[in-house]
Design a protein around this ligand. Structure first.
Ligand code: HEM
Length: 509
């Protein structure tokens, strides 16, 4: 691998000092205090040097010239340097693959963990003179918004409020799927956008209807564009958007403005309705409807409530459609597992019933399939980045406070599991004595990050994935056209098939 990359990579092949310093199993205990004498200084963390450290040119050479996805470049760097290395990506980043280091990072992240911002959203906020959305906020500002949102989103039953409406959405999704006989990511994206809209806008957009209004189609297209352009910016394809309004930036601005305008309009319409009903004495909210709760939340201004909602909208649609696509892919290429899951579903709710909270609680094979899908095809390449408030020790090196740290779960999973590509949900069943349940294993498998800054929509995301899978398998057999079965996957921001997948569905007898 090392020789291959040196041969392919025009500049690195000139570096004489490159050596394989690490074996993948060489995990060290990294929880020692930062003042111990055998701790190596930050400068000694290995990584590409010379021209690769130059601003702009360095990252362009590293990620631009190889022609490979960013993950392949990172994989080669891990092969070269071991479980920790430094790389210049505009700022210096420390990149990790050892789960013990992940634990150290999360243990030291503090009360308001700092996650470096999404640069294209940051550029937008600056140019428009707007406050950053919560997803990009830091410190106290982030903390107070997140605290308010947690009350409504991270309780064990917070997603269940939407279960019955989301069942209806999934029924519509399956109806379209049955009529079409095939499915691509566009249909999955419609399903997840519709599902998140009932949470954020408290209403359906009608994206699964046969006659979608032009207005809603525009919102849908803008939502897709925002997801794609964030991925383009974050995966290094657009590097200049922070410096000038390049094409990626202009397209992003156009789409994001449309979404913000729509979200704000719906918020104020809902607020006016709440006030009217309060005056009439007919307003009722049990505190489980997110939009109504945020409107009534005394600790938030309207702008802050809007901020949370728009962060959820942009965080929620693309991510879940991509993870759902990976899950359905795994079930389609593993028909025996698909059949076992179908048996569980039919035994609990039959072939027509809705997915109820009590049935969901009993669907252990479904949950095992989703977890296994995350393990086999980890959905997000980066995303769990941190900058720590204090110095810490990672893999024996001192890492100063404020350094950008990237935790690479796909690499950690590859090292942890010899059978990384084998889809075996049974490994997660409680009846399995060998089930891994230690903290490090849980950290590398969770696609939602960890700690106070973990994904705000994780309960909703899981619920949407569960409902869609249950509803599809209740009615349809899921397969892929032969070409799609061999498609490769690569990370943009999320893991995606290199060529669009074409699922083929047939009605069950
Ligand atoms: C399977 C789908 C999803 C995946 C894989 C995913 C993954 C993530 C990850 C890795 C983070 C960063 C966590 C960290 O820094 O520790 C995150 C943050 C976030 N996610 Fe998700 N997410 C998904 C679905 C959703 C949904 C459905 C929503 C909204 C309803 C959402 C809203 C957010 C928000 C608002 C944040 C920022 C939280 C903050 O900064 O406090 N996500 N997500």
């Amino acid at each position: 691998m090392l020789t291959m990359w040196k041969r392919q990579h025009p500049v690195l092949s000139l570096c004489k000092s490159v050596e394989l310093r690490h074996r993948s199993t060489d995990f060290q205990n990294t929880t020692r205090p930062a003042d111990q004498t055998d701790i190596k200084p930050f400068q000694e963390i290995p990584g590409p040097g010379g021209i690769y450290k130059w601003p702009i040119i360095g990252p362009l050479l590293l990620f631009g010239s190889s022609g490979d996805g960013a993950q392949k470049v990172f994989d080669r760097l891990f092969d070269l340097y071991g479980p920790i290395f430094k790389v210049q990506l505009f700022e210096t980043h420390v990149v990790l693959s050892n789960p013990k280091d992940f634990e150290t990072v999360f243990r030291n992240e503090g009360k308001s963990p700092s996650r470096p911002n999404i640069s294209i959203i940051n550029a937008f906020s600056k140019r428009q003179g707007l406050k950053e959305p919560m997803i990009n906020l830091q410190g106290e500002e982030w903390y107070s918004l997140r605290n308010a949102a947690n009350k409504y989103l991270l309780k064990a039953d917070s997603a269940l409020h939407y279960l019955s409406t989301q069942n209806e959405i999934a029924d519509d999704f399956v109806k379209v799927l049955t009529q079409q006989g095939t499915m691509d990511n566009d249909l999955l994206f419609r399903y997840t956008t519709e599902s998140i809209s009932v949470v954020v806008f408290n209403k359906r957009l009608g994206l699964l209807a046969s006659n979608v209004s032009q207005e809603m189609l525009d919102i849908f297209t803008a939502t897709r564009n925002v997801g794609e352009l964030i991925a383009e910016a974050e995966s290094g394809k657009s590097v200049m958007h922070s410096y000038f309004r390049n094409r990626t930036y202009r397209d992003f601005e156009d789409s994001y403005l449309k979404i913000r305008k729509r979200a704000s309009q719906d918020y104020y319409i809902a607020k006016a309705e709440v006030e009217k009903r309060e005056k009439e004495g007919t307003f009722q909210s049990d505190g489980r409807n997110l939009l109504l709760s945020l409107i009534k939340e005394k600790s938030l201004t309207d702008d802050e409530a809007n901020n949370i909602l728009s962060s959820m909208y942009i965080g929620g649609a693309d991510s879940t459609s991509k993870s759902l696509e990976l899950l359905l892919f795994n079930l389609a290429v593993n028909p025996d597992k698909q059949e076992l899951l179908r048996k569980e579903i039919i035994s609990l709710i039959g072939s027509d019933g809705p997915l109820t909270a009590s049935a969901l609680a009993q669907m252990s094979y479904l949950k095992a399939c989703v977890k296994e899908s995350f393990r086999v095809k980890f959905p997000m390449f980066a995303g769990r980045n941190r900058a720590l408030p204090n110095d810490c020790v990672l893999s024996g090196y001192k890492v100063p406070a404020g350094t950008n740290i990237l935790m690479m779960n796909p690499r950690a999973l590859k090292l942890e599991y010899a059978d990384q590509q084998a889809f075996t949900p049974e490994r997660w069943l409680r009846s399995n004595q060998d089930r891994k349940s230690d903290a490090a294993s849980n950290l590398i498998i969770s696609p939602f990050g960890h700690g106070p800054r973990s994904c705000l929509g994780q309960r909703l995301a899981m619920q949407e994935m569960y409902i869609a899978t249950v509803k599809v398998l209740q009615k349809l057999h899921l397969d892929l056209d032969p070409e799609s079965k061999n498609t490769e996957f690569a990370y943009k921001l999320f893991l995606e098939p290199v060529k669009p997948l074409r699922f083929i569905v047939t009605k069950l007898k």
